[in-house]
Ligand binder design. Structure first.
Ligand code: EPU
Length: 415
């Protein structure tokens, strides 16, 4: 059973900062990123209550404009709090954002968008300071359809004066989910063709309640866990429409699917064919699906190619898989798809994988959340036990992962 996604729940919590009354988020996952975000919201004066799968954000008391420095580098959420804090207090300070080290991950689009909306913004060594007595609607063209920058614009423009037209916006399901929540809070948001979002600022937003849709990254990861062990995992709770490209990719490799309105399974008892896949913005094959896929490639019958086009440094976990016996070569060239924006750089962002490797147990360090899950998948097919370090990454992004792995039959011990 997968719950709502890490990449939606935390943004909904930030959106709740804009409401005049409390908001409720149902089907919330128990992930480390929620703990971090709840603590940040509390640090500026909001009340966050968590009960079972429900998060309530409220509190009409005085709001502080500064997120404490102690939250530096813990996740990507502080920058999204700038707009809501500006609306609430006219000023804001947030520490530098962190998250996974999978590329430079600059925040230039966020800063440019906030400036265009009328804020004075300065980026310092410790964090970002912003001031604005009023925010005004404007026209913003994103150089790349960034998920975070699109969300930052939504979270700021909904209460700005007048109309904002955002071009080249991200349309990932988690972005749409956030926009729907804001609409429920009273925001005026319109999705137009060609990646354009039009937001008419309103004077106030109310609290709202929503149930998050299932996490498409977790769902895919567990489907692959079944395929890679020649077993079958029945994944409940993620709608099929969030997985269209993933299902088609695995089906082309030979996986057979059974899909109902409640659950889906994938099996490949006769083995899998190799594939050439490039990651992309929605509705392409998402960047966070590529890590389980790469491990699956090591078990397919032939040579596969992966081209990562969203983050320039996402293949940092490949040495861990190589240590476990994965036959993987990485390249700075664009392989397995059209040339991407990293073509003229020396970013190592393509991989060629020889299938049919016998993976072996090893002592490896997992560098980020998605690579972390892939390390577990590789350890599950390896013929000796493995020691995996850095498992806190997994807990930051997956709902009760060790319970789930154990229920799937994986033998693991946590030290
Ligand atoms: N970018 C810029 N400047 C900016 C913002 C983005 O150059 O100001 C670039 C990035 O460096 C990257 C590209 O634009 O090359 C796309 O980044 P985007 O902003 O879309 O990513 P994000 O918002 O930082 C979210 C998810 C990621 C997910 C990506 C893409 C969260 C907290 N993170 O990141 O999830 O991979 O969108 O879908 O929502 C994960 O969950 O493990 C994860 C990394």
């Amino acid at each position: 059973m997968v719950r709502g996604s890490k990449n939606a729940v935390t943004k909904h919590m930030v959106a709740a900062m804009l409401g005049s009354g409390p908001s409720k988020i149902h089907n919330a996952p128990e992930v480390g990123d929620v703990d971090i975000t709840a603590a940040m919201l509390e640090s500026v004066g909001f009340e966050v209550r968590r009960e079972r799968d429900e998060i309530t954000v409220g509190g009409a008391g005085a709001i502080q404009p500064s997120v404490p420095q102690a939250f530096t580098g813990l996740n990507r959420i502080p920058i999204l709090m700038l707009g809501p804090l500006l609306h609430r207090t006219g000023e804001a300070f947030v520490p530098l954002v962190g998250g996974d080290a999978i590329g430079r991950r600059p925040v230039d689009f966020h800063v440019a968008a906030l400036k265009a909306l009328g804020a004075e913004v300065s980026v310092g060594a410790d964090g970002i300071t912003a001031r604005a007595s009023r925010l005004r609607g404007t026209r913003i063209d994103l150089p790349y359809p960034s998920v975070g920058a699109t969300e930052a614009v939504l979270l700021t423009a909904v209460l700005a004066d007048g109309k904002t037209v955002l071009r080249n916006a991200a349309t990932e399901p988690e972005v749409v989910e956030l926009a729907l929540f804001l609409q429920r809070m009273g925001a005026n948001i319109e999705f137009s063709p060609d990646r354009r979002i039009v937001i008419e600022g309103v004077r106030a937003l109310r609290g709202a309640s929503t149930r998050l849709a299932g996490d498409r990254i977790e769902a895919f990861s567990y489907l692959v866990a079944g395929l890679i062990t020649r077993g079958e995992v029945r994944v409940h709770g993620c709608p099929q429409d969030r997985l269209v490209t993933a299902i088609t990719t695995l089906a082309k490799m030979g996986a057979r699917f059974e899909i109902t309105d409640e659950w889906m399974t994938a099996t490949a008892t006769d083995g899998l064919r190799p594939a050439a896949v490039h990651t992309d913005t929605h509705p392409g094959f998402m960047t966070d699906w590529h890590q389980p896929l790469l491990v699956l490639f090591t078990q397919a019958d032939g040579m596969s190619v992966l081209h990562e086009t969203v983050f320039e440094n996402r293949l940092v976990y490949v040495p861990a898989l190589q240590q476990m016996g994965g036959e993987i070569e990485v390249f700075a060239a664009c392989l397995g798809g059209p040339a991407c924006r990293f073509h003229d750089t020396d970013a190592v962002h393509s991989a060629v994988v020889r299938g049919g490797s016998k993976l072996r147990g090893a002592d490896v360090t997992l560098p980020d959340v998605r690579a972390g899950f892939s390390g577990v998948l590789a350890a599950a097919v390896a013929d000796q036990p493995s020691v995996l370090r850095g498992i806190a990454h997994i807990e930051r992004g997956y709902h009760r992962p060790f319970e789930q792995f154990t229920s799937l039959g994986l033998s693991l011990r946590r030290n």
